[in-house]
Write a protein that binds this ligand. Structure first.
Ligand SMILES: Cc1cc2nc3c(=O)[nH]c(=O)nc-3n(C[C@H](O)[C@H](O)[C@H](O)COP(=O)(O)OP(=O)(O)OC[C@H]3O[C@@H](n4cnc5c(N)ncnc54)[C@H](O)[C@@H]3O)c2cc1C
Length: 383
């Protein structure tokens, strides 16, 4: 989004997978490779590239690196950041650098590789990426558990994690979200269900069956009805396909939304969700919560109609309420989507002045003429 005008680089044709090495457990790719495509290709070698943003069918590895993208299986495996070993980057000054290495370890010099992670195109153009791969899990099971109270669902998240059951994914959908996708679910959901948990378990088949069984029991003990176990890839895919279409399905509620992706410590999830409900009542707007409960990263969607002046104002105010609440709960303004233009005015709520000044000096060192994504990440100079 060229906010200051200028040249837009389209990298979608830099889309070659240069190498998949089962011996070294790495893939070397160009930035325009579609994430979902890479995931399918490495599977042919018995390997797995875990990061799975909901947009995996159309976002690129380059975009994932530049935004530090996360996804559902971050609970067990981590996020894009945890899988990038090395990069080749064209700097704004025209020099080309390699940073990181093809090895699992490497501590020579400053960790420039991870400085580019989440740099949102402000420090250089990433043109080659070395990714770590892991063995493909032999089996996966998916469960869905409906709770009649939001608090019980959130308590179940804590119990599952504390019991060491290590779900690969642990997703949460609140009632307003469920209303958007109810008829697409492959099972019928009683009207009294207030929150749904979607869980995935990866590993050896026997271990998966045992852990999934314990999770199902734990959810039932906490009052969940129904608890549905999707056995087999096709049944599981039907559930995850519904999860992936939530974002577009939310537009049934209102024509516009402001999608925030705050993250809070696990113990603070109930207070976050209760606080969001209170903001929704106070601002008179529907607010939908869903997302990665297993790592505290909740997508909060403020729904409104941009054409209605009052709703526009209240939506902006609701976002500010939400960000303030998140900081009060020791959370972060963005768990995975980044800052861009939309959140740039707010980064002072999280980063101190010296921290912002240091980041600006880094930007200046990489990009002395401020030619790459000017206006992004940092608060506007005069606002
Ligand atoms: C339905 C939906 C679901 C989503 N789910 C998730 C999710 O689960 N997790 C998540 O983290 N995000 C999610 N996202 C957000 C988004 O898809 C991710 O942030 C993704 O990483 C962006 O990749 P992209 O290829 O679309 O990048 P773009 O939008 O093209 O670019 C994103 C930023 O990166 C910069 N950039 C891109 N390529 C390069 C490069 N090669 N070098 C330097 N800078 C570069 C761009 O300048 C821009 O600032 C979702 C989005 C949608 C629409």
């Amino acid at each position: 989004m060229p906010a200051a005008g200028g040249v837009v680089l389209v990298l979608s044709r830099l889309n070659r997978i240069l190498e998949i090495s089962p011996e070294d457990m790495v893939a070397v790719v160009e930035p325009g490779v579609i994430t979902g495509h890479l995931k399918k290709e490495v599977e042919k070698f018995g390997l797995y590239y875990p990061p799975d943003p909901g947009s995996a069918d159309y976002c690129t590895i380059g975009g994932n690196v530049a935004t530090g993208a996360g996804g559902a299986v971050a609970v067990q495996y981590g996020v894009t950041r945890d899988f990038v070993l090395g990069l080749t980057v064209v700097l704004p000054t025209g020099e080309i650098i390699d940073c990181g290495s093809r090895t699992m370890k490497g501590v020579v010099g400053y960790d420039l590789t991870h400085l580019f992670l989440g740099s949102e195109g402000t420090l250089g153009v990433i043109v080659r990426i070395i990714l770590r791969l892991v063995p493909r899990p032999a089996s996966r099971e998916t469960l869905a558990a409906g709770f009649t109270s939001l608090e019980a669902a959130v308590r179940a998240v804590g119990r599952i994690l504390q019991a060491g059951l290590t779900p690969a994914a642990l997703e949460f959908l609140d009632r307003p979200t469920l209303e958007c996708i109810r008829e697409m679910l492959p099972f019928s959901l009683p009207r009294q269900v207030e929150a749904l948990l979607l869980l995935a378990v990866d590993g050896h088949p026997r271990d998966v069956a045992s852990r999934a069984g314990r999770m199902a029991r734990l959810c039932r003990e906490m009052g969940a009805r129904p608890v549905v176990r999707a056995r087999g890839a096709a049944a599981a895919e039907r559930l995850w396909a519904v999860r992936r279409i939530i974002s577009p399905a939310t537009f049934k509620v209102k024509p516009h939304k402001i999608a925030e992706d705050v993250a809070v410590p696990l113990s603070a999830i109930p207070r976050l969700v209760a606080g969001v409900q209170e903001i929704s009542r106070r601002r008179g707007l529907p607010i939908l919560c869903f997302g990665h409960a297993g790592d505290g990263n909740i997508h909060v969607n403020v729904m409104y109609d941009r054409g209605v002046e009052q709703e526009h104002r209240e939506a902006q105010a609701a976002v500010e309420d939400l960000l303030a609440l998140t900081r009060k709960l020791q959370g972060t303004l963005s768990g995975e989507h980044g800052v861009g233009l939309a959140k740039a005015p707010y980064i002072g709520m999280e980063l101190s002045e010296p921290a912002i000044a240091l980041q600006k000096r880094l930007k200046q060192a990489f990009d002395p003429l401020n030619i790459m994504n000017p206006g992004k990440l940092f608060p506007p100079e005069r606002s």
